[in-house]
Design a protein around this ligand. Structure first.
Ligand code: SAH
Ligand code: TYD
Ligand code: ZN
Length: 405
C-alpha cells in the first residue's frame, strides 16, 4: 500500500494497468526498445479522497526538452484559451500593471493572448522546444520546472503576480506541496491561483479510463482539491465545470482568508456527492467497467482482422498509450495512427510501436475502420474527415462504451 502524496494517509489501489511506457515519448523506429516502463496503478485516499498513482515517473523522463505535445494543434483548444485569456484580461488582470504567470504554458496557446493585450507576463515550462514556439510568438518564457524556489525567484526579480494560471499541468505534478509553496510566495495580496484539469467525475462516470497515464498523477475532484488547497494554506473560492477534454474542472484558489468562496463551491460539492466520488464502491464499479470495455474493444478488433478489414487509428494521444498497451493493440490490429503533430510523425507509439503517419495518409486509401484515440477532438476531426464516412468508413469509440459510428 502506498501513502497519499497530499495527506500521508493510506491509498487503496483500484486498478493496475501493469507495465506501461512513458506516454509522450515517441521512439524513432531505430529507438524501439529504449523506452522507460513503470507500473501504472491508481488508488483512492480514504482520508482526503485524492485519487492518485502508486508510482511516480520522474519529471525529467516525462517532460524532456523535446516533449512533443503542442497545445495549439487543436482549433477547439485555441478558442478555449483565447476565451479564457479574454475573461481574465477583463477581471483579474485589469488595473495598474498586472503581472501574469503561467505554469505549463507549452507553445504559448494562452500566453500569446495575454501578451497580445500588452500585459506583463511570464510562462514557465521545462519543454524547451515547445517553449521556443511560445518565445518565437513574442511571449516571455522561463524554461524550467515550476517549484517552490521558482516562485520565490520570480517574485524577487519580477514582482508579485495578480494571476497564476495553469491548465492541464498541476495534476501532472506529484510534488504539489512545492508548487503551492511557490505560488504562495509569488501571488500578490488578493491574487488568485487558477488551474484546470480533467475532472474525476467525468472520468469515472463516462469510463474515460484512458485519461489515466503517467502525466495524470492526480485525478482531481472538487472535494480533493479543496482538501489539498487547505493543506497548503489556500481556500477553494470558485469552481467551474467545462466541456473540454471530455470534462474539465477549473479551480480558483486564494490564500486562506483573502477571498469569500462563491456559491459554486458548495453547489458543485453537492453535485459531486451525487457522483459518489468519496465511496470505494464507485471505484470497484469503475474498475469492472474498464475491464469490460477493454475486452469488447479487443474482441471487436480481432473480429475485424479476421474479416480482413483494414483498421487505422486517429490521434497519437497520450491516452492511447494506456489503451494500446493494456489491451495489447499493436500494428497487427491497427496498422498505423494518423496525427497532425509533426514531432510525432514517422515515429512509433510508445510501447505498442504502431507507426505514426501524417493525416494525409488517412485518405490513401481510406481504411474500413478507424479507432478515434483523440475522441476529445471528435467534432473537429470528424468534420475534417467527412469523406471517410461518406466513403463507407466507420469510427470506433471505446468510451463510455465500445461503439462503431
Ligand atoms: N497548458 C497547456 C499544456 C499542457 S501539457 C494545455 O493545457 O494545453 C503540460 C505542460 O506542463 C507541458 O508543456 C510540460 O512541459 C509542463 N510541465 C510539467 N511539469 C511542469 C512544472 N513543474 N512546471 C511548469 N511546467 C510543467
Ligand atoms: P490530446 O487529446 O489533446 O492530448 P493527449 O495526448 O493528452 O491525450 O491530443 C490530440 C492529438 O490528436 C494530438 O497529438 C494532435 C492530434 N490531432 C490530429 O491529428 N488532428 C486533429 O484535428 C486534432 C484536433 C488533433
Ligand atoms: Zn490523502
Amino acid at each position: 500500500m502506498s501513502h497519499c502524496r497530499i495527506c500521508g494517509g493510506p491509498v487503496r489501489e483500484f486498478f493496475d494497468f501493469g507495465r506501461q511506457p512513458v506516454s509522450d515519448v515517441f521512439p524513432r523506429p531505430e529507438e524501439i526498445g529504449t523506452e522507460h516502463f513503470y507500473r501504472l496503478a491508481v488508488g483512492f485516499c480514504d482520508t482526503c479522497t485524492m485519487v492518485q498513482q502508486s508510482q511516480e515517473v520522474s519529471r525529467d523522463r516525462m517532460f524532456p526538452a523535446d516533449y512533443p505535445y503542442r497545445s495549439s494543434g487543436s482549433a477547439l483548444m485555441r478558442r478555449h484559451f483565447e476565451a479564457t485569456a479574454l475573461h481574465y484580461l477583463e477581471t483579474e488582470l485589469r488595473g495598474d500593471d498586472p503581472f501574469y504567470v503561467e505554469i505549463g504554458c507549452n507553445d504559448g496557446i494562452m500566453l500569446g493572448s495575454v501578451r497580445a493585450a500588452g500585459v506583463r507576463h511570464l510562462g514557465v515550462d521545462p519543454a524547451e522546444d515547445a517553449a521556443r514556439v511560445a518565445g518565437a510568438g513574442g511571449s516571455r518564457v522561463h524554461v524550467g520546472f515550476f517549484e517552490e524556489s521558482t516562485g520565490h525567484r520570480i517574485r524577487e526579480t519580477e514582482g508579485a503576480a495578480r494571476l497564476v494560471f495553469s491548465a492541464n499541468t498541476i495534476s501532472h505534478i506529484a510534488y504539489a506541496d512545492s508548487v503551492f509553496a511557490g505560488v504562495r510566495a509569488l501571488l500578490a495580496e488578493g491574487g488568485v491561483f487558477v488551474f484546470e484539469d480533467r475532472y474525476l467525475g467525468d472520468i469515472v462516470h463516462h469510463t474515460y479510463f484512458d485519461q489515466i497515464y503517467d502525466e495524470h498523477f492526480y485525478l482531481f475532484s472538487v472535494r480533493s482539491v479543496q482538501a489539498m488547497a487547505e493543506t497548503y494554506g489556500f481556500d477553494l473560492v470558485d469552481v467551474e465545470h467545462l466541456p473540454v477534454h471530455g470534462g474539465t474542472m477549473r479551480y480558483t484558489t486564494a490564500r486562506a482568508g483573502e477571498r469569500t468562496p462563491r456559491e459554486s463551491v458548495p453547489r458543485l460539492l453537492a453535485a459531486e456527492r451525487e457522483l459518489k466520488l468519496a465511496e470505494w464502491s464507485t471505484y470497484e464499479s469503475f474498475a469492472a467497467k474498464i475491464e469490460s470495455n477493454c475486452r469488447e474493444l479487443i474482441s471487436l478488433l480481432v473480429d475485424l482482422r479476421e474479416q480482413g478489414k483494414r483498421v487505422l487509428g486517429y490521434g497519437a494521444t497520450c491516452k492511447s498509450a494506456t489503451v494500446t498497451n493494456y489491451c495489447g493493440i499493436g500494428p497487427d490490429l491497427v496498422s498505423f495512427v494518423c496525427d497532425s503533430t509533426r514531432e510525432k510523425q514517422h515515429r512509433v507509439t510508445p510501447g505498442a510501436h504502431i507507426p505514426i503517419r501524417p493525416p494525409e495518409s488517412f485518405a490513401s486509401p481510406y481504411p474500413d475502420y478507424a479507432v478515434l484515440f483523440a475522441w476529445n477532438h471528435a467534432e473537429e476531426i470528424m468534420a475534417k474527415e467527412q469523406e471517410f464516412r461518406a466513403a463507407g468508413g466507420r469510427w470506433i469509440l471505446y468510451a463510455p462504451d465500445v461503439r462503431v459510428v
